[in-house]
Design a protein around this ligand. Structure first.
Ligand code: MF3
Ligand code: CO
Ligand code: CO
Length: 268
């Protein structure tokens, strides 16, 4: 037992009915910020400026950034451009026409964490990048479709991996989703690959992220000397989408749905 509520043998916290409302509010804010930032993504814009706008929006909402000060990280977002897999650090570098980027925001509202990321394009989207973005988005949705009591985390990973590899792309193994709730990162590790029926069994009241990273080339990554930026070893293009979800009695609630329905890559 931790406070009220329960923990499974794998150390996964089971939240209560009333806790869904807190997650919904935090998730909705993170998603709204990602909606609003879309118009600020264009060729010539710097990722540092996008991050400043995100920090402003977090503050304006009376919320807290979960990433500023997290293990020494100093920004309100991670912005991962082209072959950057995740944890890209915002900076002075300007976006170029055709760049694709993931923007990942985590906010804390009334103690609850909302963590979501999605893909954006600066200027004109090329065919290869479009395909990667579409497959990555759809793989997340396949993973979410596997979320219901009685299924396992292996079922989620398998759904994602089978979909991605069926499109001759690869799933990154070096980073995973995570439990969250009143903390940023908690058990379990949510792998984006796996075998059906393996891993912990999903129970109503589990809160976690699913955030597959998909590469056009090989799955291997390396972390740059800044100790954050993860890139594809073969320099191939990478994409990621992330939702925070909760297991309900019959299935799943997605906490980070886009209020303006701009999560899907073909919004514009
Ligand atoms: N939001 C990321 C995730 O999905 C974590 C970013 S931690 C940071 O888990 F310090 F790099 F911001
Ligand atoms: Co996350
Ligand atoms: Co995130």
């Amino acid at each position: 037992m931790i406070g009220k509520g329960r923990q499974t043998r794998d150390g996964i916290r089971i939240y209560q009915d009333a806790d869904f409302a807190g997650m919904h509010k935090a998730g909705a804010l993170a998603a709204r910020i990602l909606d609003e930032i879309a118009e600020h993504v264009f060729p010539g814009q710097s990722t540092g400026e996008i991050d400043r706008l995100i920090e402003q929006k977090v503050n304006d909402a009376g919320a807290t950034s979960a990433t500023i000060g997290y293990r020494g990280y100093q920004h309100a977002s991670c912005i991962s451009v082209n072959h950057v897999v995740c944890h890209g650090i915002p900076g002075d570098k300007k976006l170029k026409d055709g760049d694709i980027l993931n923007i990942d925001v985590t906010v804390i509202v009334d103690g609850w964490f909302g963590d979501t990321s999605r893909m954006y394009v600066a200027g004109k989207l090329n065919r290869k990048a479009e395909r990667l973005i579409q497959v990555t988005h759809d793989s997340l949705m396949k993973g979410i479709e596997a979320v219901k009591p009685g299924n396992t985390f292996g079922d989620i990973g398998h759904a994602i991996q089978a979909y991605v590899e069926g499109h001759r792309m690869s799933v990154v193994r070096d980073f995973c989703g995570h439990g969250l709730g009143q903390v940023f990162h908690a058990p379990p590790n949510v792998l984006h690959y796996g075998r059906p029926g393996t891993g912990a069994v999903l129970e109503e009241g589990m809160f976690f992220t699913i955030e597959p990273m998909v590469n056009l080339g090989r799955p291997e990554t390396k972390v740059l000397a800044d100790d954050w930026t993860a890139v594809t070893r073969d320099k191939s293009l990478s994409a990621q989408f992330e939702h925070s979800v909760g297991v309900t009695a019959n299935g799943v609630e997605i906490f980070t749905l886009s209020p303006a329905d701009k999560f899907h890559p073909t919004w514009g």
